[in-house]
Design a protein around this ligand. Structure first.
Ligand code: ZN
Ligand code: ZN
Length: 356
């Protein structure tokens, strides 16, 4: 056996081992999904309980106008958090249609290498519209997939991304609100606060403050990240491939342009507009159940409508041909297990494994 063959053999074994480990981890994440939800609900319930039993009574008399105003405001935040959390879990993120007519003339999709760049999922055996990716935990292709979220026990994709984003927004607002409210008795100087006459309540306020502050810190990073993605018309998964394309283009003296980036305001509208009539920004402020505008297969593009079956990012003259076997290869035989296929599987898994 030559050294080259030995290296290939070891490479194959390593890739197979990684896939096996990842399959076990995927199964564990899927199985533990309800526990994640239970943990999230317990954490939220704990903060809410402590807020109403320790923080709010320490700041305002609940029968005063101020106390009632804070009761109403906190109830509004809580309702929005749970409304969007529930529908993010319940809403199917969406999968591409079983059959997509790819047409006869593939020459117009050829790249410099002469190979048509059809995005194709070898597991689902169907073409992948732009921004669609295969989730190896849900074991299916997800429209405009952002990531698989264990806290939702669901993929975050085309149909439920709006719920996910508004959930983050209201949870973030609720945390900063709780932190501010808990700061008043902790750091304020007014004599009417109940400290230190009731040390149990003081401990409750301090615990709520620390818990909310920690959650606020984490959520600020996560929310900031998703606001950036929304304003630049990217998903978490596509961000990494787009970054690579941008670097490749820069190295070859070209400029890569994200064709789905229609400008910040329009990008924001594209996320919050729904198939029903109404003012799009009210979808952020008010709990509202509706499917997003469009079909998740075609997206508005700065160069015209995107094609249903092909990743136009691969085709535009600003772009470089994709080097990803997982995304660029034509359908292969399901039974033919080769080193290339194992490596392609591994690459695809890594690409869609950006869990938040
Ligand atoms: Zn798939
Ligand atoms: Zn998933």
């Amino acid at each position: 056996m030559s050294v080259r063959t030995l290296i290939r053999h070891l490479h194959f074994m390593w890739a197979a081992f990684i896939l096996r480990v990842q399959a076990i981890l995927d199964a564990a994440v899927k199985t533990a999904g309800p526990l994640y939800i239970l943990l999230a609900l317990s954490l939220l319930s704990c903060i809410i309980y402590l807020y109403y039993t320790t923080v709010l009574p320490a700041v305002h008399d609940l029968h005063s106008v101020e106390g009632l105003a804070h009761l109403f405001l906190s109830a509004w935040l809580i309702y929005n958090v749970f409304f969007n959390y529930f529908w993010c879990i319940q809403t199917d993120p969406g999968s591409p249609p079983m059959t997509v007519d790819v047409g006869d003339d593939l020459s117009k999709f050829e790249t410099a290498s002469g190979i048509p760049q059809i995005r194709w999922c070898k597991r689902c055996r169907r073409s992948k519209p732009p921004m669609t990716h295969h989730c190896h935990i849900c074991k299916r292709c997800i429209l405009k997939m952002d990531h698989h979220c264990p806290w939702m026990h669901n993929c975050i994709g085309y149909n439920n991304y709006r719920y996910f984003l508004v959930f983050l927004l209201y949870l973030w607002a609720g945390c900063i609100y709780t932190v501010c409210m808990a700061s008043i008795p902790l750091f304020g100087t007014s004599a009417h606060f109940l400290f230190p006459q009731e040390p149990t309540q003081a401990n409750g306020v301090l615990f709520t403050f620390v818990l909310s502050l920690a959650l606020f810190g984490s959520l600020s990073c996560l929310l900031g990240w998703h606001i950036y993605l929304v304003l630049t018309a990217q998903t978490t998964i596509d961000f990494y491939s787009n970054r690579q394309r941008r670097r490749d283009a820069r190295r070859s003296g070209q400029v890569w342009v994200n064709e789905f980036d229609m400008g910040k305001i329009q990008n924001l509208r594209n996320v919050f507009e729904t198939n029903s009539s109404g003012i799009w920004w009210l979808r952020i402020l008010l709990p509202f159940r509706a499917s997003p505008k469009g079909d998740g297969v075609r997206f508005p593009s700065r160069y015209g409508s995107s094609d249903a079956a092909f990743d136009a990012n691969h085709l535009h003259h600003h772009d470089l041909p994709s080097s990803s076997l997982a995304n660029g290869s034509a359908p292969d035989s399901r039974d033919a297990i080769t080193l290339e296929r194992v490596l392609a599987d591994s690459e695809d898994n890594w690409r869609s494994d950006n869990m938040v």
